[in-house]
Design a protein around this ligand. Structure first.
Ligand SMILES: [Zn+2]
Length: 90
């Protein structure tokens, strides 16, 4: 699922918590997949955003959503980019 940060009130933005479950948001860079209507999934890498760990809600800046043309798309997958890079290290 996808939610736009700018839809939040200023109070909620400063709180840095999920608007759905009030969980803590993990602010990082994410590799993501979006499904837009009936088109195939589109992959985007190194997207800055904030992920709610408990409910997997990804928050992405509204301006960035517009740039990527994802206004009608839903995020179907997101994983923290740094974690992928670190995991193979012994
Ligand atoms: Zn949440």
């Amino acid at each position: 699922m996808l939610a736009a940060m700018s839809e939040s009130s200023p109070v909620l933005r400063t709180a840095e918590t999920c608007r759905f479950c009030s969980g803590d948001l993990l602010t990082s860079v994410f590799d993501t997949a979006f499904r837009d209507g009936e088109t195939l999934e589109r992959l985007f890498f190194a997207i800055p955003g904030a992920l709610c760990v408990p409910c997997r809600q990804l928050y992405v800046d509204q301006q960035l959503i517009g740039i990527l043309g994802l206004g009608e798309a839903r995020c179907t997958f997101a994983i923290e980019s740094d974690r992928v890079l670190r995991s193979p290290a012994a």
